[in-house]
Design a protein around this ligand. Structure first.
Ligand code: AMP
Ligand code: MG
Length: 404
């Protein structure tokens, strides 16, 4: 039964020590699906598509040249070589936006520029580098023209084809693609509103003077940047002291948020009031995840608001956000790659380890300082090496790595 110093029940009604995939799935299940809204493509950057996007036009919109050179009939040019160039008559030019409208016959060509439609009668391009001048109305080809330098109409996508799927995030390249499909406005999900609160009597605002034992509120600033990078909106609730009353007051200020993310106060200590508050007056969905750093993470609720409690240790809070919270906010599984280990990585018997690693020359090595408080390890190392429970990594083994 709960005691005054530590109200964690002996036999909790919620799961303890869940796996990383379980933690992600449980958070995802508590997040609402934000409603769709139609916005201009400029406003859609970083948002999530609510509908499939089909091509309203074909691209290329006409069969066109991939190069600067001449357009002609491939069959006329098959024997062309530096010592036996092929001479063609130049009829005119086709440039991007101003096509040549006549018909090109045998022994004839048209000067052409990248992106210009190829004239009727032609099927191949000879690049300008392979041409020798032969007066104003003729050229010599030093090698055969190639149909490979012709971009066929609709070769990239054809009108009517579904090219971008609902749920995808409009990254810069996808946004550019949406525009090239012909869309000026798109239907996207409203940004998730993420309330953010840091806790701890020792935690101070940047710019203030620190007393010994105090620490700057690096988590709240790092997490706010990560929330925005994940395509969500931050509702900054500021910082709470280690007082259950003050915590409750500040959390009540999260009106309109879809989820609250907190930093600190969820571990085993007497002053970990975030955990106590949810246990005694809110709801707990799970406590502790089988990962390091970040084991004490907690999922719960406060008067209908889902709450994800990150541990206060700076590495733990950012790593748990990246590994569990971000995939739930974006719907995207974490991007990982496989690299060879240049150093061994130790395994933990009952937790997946996310060790900081340094990538160099296609291999990854142990960064060394793996303490949960060593924030510069994340910034210096650049990668998290995922070591499954009980499976140590030897030099030369392949490991799964997440860029950070
Ligand atoms: P806690 O999870 O509250 O027990 O905090 C664990 C450790 O993380 C302590 O050393 C705290 O000083 C530190 N810490 C807690 N909150 C923050 C924060 N917002 N920014 C930087 N460090 C923090
Ligand atoms: Mg604390």
């Amino acid at each position: 039964m709960p005691n005054a110093a530590n109200p964690v029940p002996d036999q909790p009604s919620f799961p303890m020590n869940v796996s990383v995939p379980e933690a992600r799935a449980m958070l995802l299940a508590l997040l609402p699906q934000p409603e769709a809204e139609t916005v201009t493509v400029s406003e859609a950057a970083g948002r999530f598509l609510a509908n499939d996007l089909a091509a309203l036009v074909s691209h290329p919109s006409a069969t066109e040249s991939a190069l600067d050179g001449i357009a002609c009939r491939e069959a006329d040019t098959l024997g062309a070589a530096p010592l036996s160039p092929v001479r063609l008559k130049v009829l005119g030019e086709s440039r991007a936006g101003v096509p040549y409208t006549g018909l090109v016959g045998a022994g004839e060509c048209v000067r052409i520029y990248t992106g210009a439609p190829i004239p009727a009668g032609t099927d191949a391009i000879c690049p300008v580098e392979q041409l020798a001048d032969a007066g104003t109305d003729a050229v010599q080809l030093l090698r055969p023209a190639s149909s490979g330098d012709v971009r066929p109409e609709g070769g990239d996508f054809a009108k009517g084809e579904v090219v971008l799927h609902a749920g995808l995030r409009l990254t810069p390249s996808r946004l550019a693609l949406a525009v090239s499909l012909g869309h000026a406005r798109v239907s996207v999900r409203r940004r998730l509103r993420v309330a953010l609160l840091s806790t701890g009597d020792e935690v101070r605002e940047p710019g203030s003077v620190l007393e010994p034992g105090q620490v700057y509120d690096s988590n709240r600033y790092g997490l706010a940047a990560m929330i925005r990078e994940a395509g969500a909106e931050v509702l900054d609730l500021g910082h709470a002291p280690d007082s259950p009353e003050r915590l409750a007051e500040l959390i009540d200020g999260a009106g309109g948020a879809d989820v609250l993310i907190t930093s600190g106060g969820v571990s085993m200590g007497k002053y970990d009031f975030m955990r106590d508050l949810l246990l005694s007056q809110g709801r707990v969905s799970f406590w502790k995840v089988r990962l390091r750093p970040g084991g004490p993470a907690l999922l719960g609720g406060w008067r209908g608001l889902p709450v994800f409690g990150l541990p206060g240790n700076p590495v733990s809070s950012l790593v748990v956000f990246q590994v569990i919270v971000r995939p739930a906010l974006t719907g995207e599984p974490p991007f990982t790659l496989r690299l060879r280990a240049a150093t061994p990585f130790r395994a933990l018997s009952d937790k997946t380890a996310y060790w900081r690693g340094t990538i160099e020359g296609g291999t990854v090595s142990d960064y060394g300082k793996q303490g949960s408080g060593v924030l510069r390890s994340l910034s210096d190392a650049g990668a998290l090496v995922i070591v499954p429970e009980g499976e140590p990594v030897e030099v030369g083994d392949e490991v799964e790595v997440m860029l950070f």
